[in-house]
Design a protein around this ligand. Structure first.
Ligand code: AMP
Ligand code: ZN
Length: 480
């Protein structure tokens, strides 16, 4: 069975056909690094991780995965300019606004990468993490191309995309099937994010305002000074790194409009090519059935949840257990349940490794095919996991013969290449697996110079009655 994916462009589940045989180029809209990522953002990235791992494991694709870092937009500039948002670890603020922007966003870029490492992402799975401010020249060039083709104009030192003209040349609004009842030609919007009701000319280049980082831009004989619009950033990074068209573009469902619609318009009006063949959008994460928001007190970052005693790998498994196109309702009970299920799977794997008697009578191939077919069918993790738990309920690991156990371990190895939640090393009898996991995470946090997190994890280990000691080889765990 080939891999099938829901494509927002066609609104159908389609067979995935790569541009180049055996290769899948994926671009994910990444984090805006003005603060810590929240768990909703992390769900979006985890859905992309699930996609790229599935393509590799179930069909042997060579995946080239790019996730951008948005290090300039309205929200980022606001925080960089707010002295109270600076932390001592960020270094000192200077008079150089662009240097300040780099300093501030580098901190949150590193924190973001620490978060996803803790969530079981593998850094070697990424081809690149381009930062928007490293692609300003390409952005200016794309604006000129769009203007040369007649779809951009300057007004008040800013440059706008002429949606009024474009909608006669192409079908603007196709990702969300927008109608144009609310469209008024010539109306302009300058902010990076806007609503459906505001379908209007969007900004490609914003004239500098006081205190904002800015670059010079020679446009149609005028010396402009300002910065790129948010939508333009992704159009340029994906073209320069992956070339167009590439295979799959990912992002949360909120990005369908305007961000992704505007990406399509820019690429097509400037480069003459649509960016991608498949648009992959994940549904939102909610918390206890509510939209997550700071004012409702249900806003969580990964570090908030670690402080509350949750293990990031349980959060990973809980999130992956929901279908990516369904809303995921994050609750502490759900993570607790995911933790129990994960431990059951882990025990099953240990039983497979340590058992040495039994009979070969189970058809692992049939089960394994069913499991992976669910994943091939638009990444249906709930059905796949349902299949797995039914199987392990019916087939105890301790009565399996050697051949069956080897086949099952092979299955779990592939399973884990996608899910990334199991260990195949037998644990030390006296030290609980979760303590070893926390200790491993602490070492990773230290390597990434995230000492706050390393301290937090040490305290977690102490709370469980153990103490961790650093050694030349790594660490040792002892009872308190
Ligand atoms: P941002 O850092 O705001 O640009 O968002 C990064 C990614 O997170 C984008 O793909 C968003 O669509 C996605 N996102 C934002 N909020 C949520 C949420 N509550 N649930 C799932 N994805 C989200
Ligand atoms: Zn983007």
């Amino acid at each position: 069975m080939p891999i099938k994916l829901y494509n927002t462009l066609s609104k159908e589940i389609e067979v995935f056909k790569p541009i180049k045989r055996g290769e899948a180029k994926i671009y994910s809209c990444g984090p805006t690094v003005y603060n810590y990522a929240h768990i909703g953002n992390l769900r979006a990235f985890l859905c992309a991780d699930l996609l790229q791992r599935t393509l590799k494991v179930v069909d042997g694709y060579k995946v080239i995965w790019v996730m951008n870092i948005t290090d300039i937009d309205d929200k980022t500039i606001k925080n960089v300019n707010d002295d109270s948002a600076w932390k001592p670890e960020m270094g000192t603020k200077s008079n150089d606004i662009i240097a300040n922007l780099k300093e501030f966003t580098s901190y949150y870029k590193d924190e973001f990468q620490n978060d996803i490492r803790l969530l079981g992402f593998r850094m070697d799975h990424f081809h690149d993490f381009p930062r928007a401010t490293d692609y300003i020249d390409g952005m200016k060039k794309l604006i000129v191309l769009i203007a040369d083709n007649g779809f951009a104009y300057e007004s008040g030192g800013s440059v706008y995309f002429n949606v009024g003209k474009w909608k006669d040349a192409d079908k603007y609004g196709k990702l969300k099937n927008l109608d144009f009842d609310n469209f008024r030609t010539g109306e302009r919007v300058d902010s990076d994010e806007y609503e459906r009701e505001q379908v209007s000319d969007f900004v490609l280049w914003k004239a500098k305002k006081d205190g904002e980082p800015s670059w010079e831009f020679e446009f149609e004989g005028k010396a402009l000074i300002g910065r790129p619009g948010w939508h333009l950033e992704c159009s340029v990074m994906e073209k320069e790194i992956l070339d167009l068209p590439f295979d799959i573009h990912t992002g949360g469902i909120d990005l369908q409009f305007p961000h992704h619609e505007d990406e399509i318009a820019q690429s097509k009006a400037g480069y003459g090519i649509e960016p991608t063949n498949y648009w992959f959008h994940n549904e939102f994460l909610q918390v206890e059935g509510q939209k997550m928001s700071k004012s409702s007190g249900n806003f969580y970052t990964l570090r908030d949840l670690i402080e509350k005693g949750l293990d990031p790998i349980d959060i990973r498994f809980a999130m992956l257990s929901a279908h990516y196109r369904s809303k995921y309702n994050f609750t502490f009970d759900d993570v607790e349940a995911a933790s129990k299920s994960r431990k059951r799977l882990q025990k099953y794997v240990y039983d497979l490794i340590s058992n040495n008697v039994g009979h070969d009578y189970i058809d692992v191939t049939l089960f394994s095919e069913k499991f992976f077919d669910h994943l091939k069918n638009d990444l249906h993790t709930p059905k796949a996991l349902g299949e797995l738990f039914t199987f392990i309920n019916q087939n105890s690991a301790v009565v399996m013969g050697k051949n069956t156990r080897d086949e099952m371990l092979e299955f779990f190895s592939e399973f884990n290449e996608i899910f990334g939640i199991l260990s195949f090393e037998m644990p030390d009898e006296d030290i609980p697996e979760e303590v070893t996991m926390l200790a491993k995470k602490r070492i990773e946090a230290k390597k990434a110079k995230n000492f706050d997190l390393a301290d937090m994890l040490r305290i977690e280990i102490n709370n469980r009655g153990f103490v961790i000691k650093d050694t030349a080889e790594g660490f040792e765990i002892e009872k308190l």
